[in-house]
Write a new protein. Sequence first.
Length: 101
Amino acid sequence: MASSIRGSHQVDGAFKNVMKRVEATKKKINSSAAKRMKLGEYEAATKWMEVGQAFEAFSKKFEVIQQEWDDLIVASEKALEGVESNAPKAKKNSHPMNALK
């Protein structure tokens, strides 16, 4: 059984939330571009498309970072697998200061 990296599940959730919000924002941007195009406002539509392209580029970078995170967690859990499964379990009163009590 792989060791779980404390806090990694919260980071995974944060990545999913950010991606969900970025995707929603991209949809709104694309909708604005389409609306401007339909109205014949070609200059505004072009600007909205440029903004959409920038958001798409950001989204791709974010996906790469998310994959790097996933790879880091897998590698970390694999590295800790042997060490953590062989480590002796600490006893509650095994601390050296407890012997003085």
